[in-house]
Design a protein around this ligand. Sequence first.
Ligand code: EPU
Length: 338
Amino acid sequence: MNSIFHNKQLTLLNTFGLESVAKEFFEFDTEDDLIDLIKSNALNNKKILILGGGSNLLLSEKIKAMVLHSKIKGITVINNDSDTITIEAGSGIVWDDFVQYCVNNNYYGIENLSLIPGTIGASPVQNIGAYGVEAGDLIVGVTGIDLLNGEKRYFTSEECCFGYRSSIFKTTYKNSFLITKVQFRLRKRGILTLGYGDVKAEAESMYGGVTIENVRKAIVSIREKKLPNPDEFGNAGSFFKNPVVTNELAQKLKILYPELPIYQLENGNVKLAAGWMIEATGWKGKTVGSVGVHEKQALVIINKGGAMLNDVLKLADMVTQSVIDKFGVELEMEVNVF
Ligand code: EPU
């Protein structure tokens, strides 16, 4: 069986680059390795942190928990018909490597999720999304291990309860169900999602037309322009969620702030652009000690070097308060704190 590491440095395992040491750390290549660990009672009465690519996580300096890190690889075709292909991918695969694999094979649907950091295993937890597509639109099922009893379980897409940046794995099963494999259904014919922002224009003007490959290139280029590279400045992508409010409140805000970008949702509620609101409070590009609000995308908080969890949370509180004061809307963090 793989061994448990003690006092493991996690600084390079979280994209925010926060200094953090885990009391215990276990990584595994197969479901059986994890089941053996559970059956050996090594997890009994212990706090658990499931760590994927660490791209949506703020870590404390000392993690008094057992950290579980999947390295399960493997891509398997499990169904192939004339219109669609269903593929199972291991939770330890880097998300963007899988997107590249699908684009190379002309499997449509996932290309708008290019360059999102993290692993396959985290994609259903957070229901990652970008440019009009969410992972939950493509996922048909999720397999994993219940950490309480070591039993394997399969969730259908419906049972995953996907919502905006949320799922049952982020709520009911937080740190108690470890995802080992995710099944995606992709299309074999070319329907591209081009309605969001500059994707179509960028694919046409920079790359010569809207093919699956060019859409991937356009998304990569748009993301690189707006979002900081974690190798340069630690970050966790969007720090806050875009708040969802009633239509009534959104219309009131629109009268006061006609430029505020809003997105009508199917259930009648309205999503507001948090990045725009933060910029309007004057925080964009500002630094407080070792942390700052990114100068090109106000929804992103960055580590300017040596930041600790409390520095980040202090800035997040200040930004949240400014948005409440100006707009009367409370921002909710998208990142998880452990
Ligand atoms: N905006 C500003 N100033 C800013 C940032 C944004 O005015 O500093 C405005 C933009 O001009 C635009 C609107 O706000 O009109 C929305 O901005 P953008 O298209 O950049 O998207 P976002 O709402 O800020 C969301 C996701 C991103 C995803 C993009 C593209 C959330 C929390 N974030 O950001 O996801 O890449 O849309 O689809 O929903 C992530 O979750 O980590 C992430 C990066």
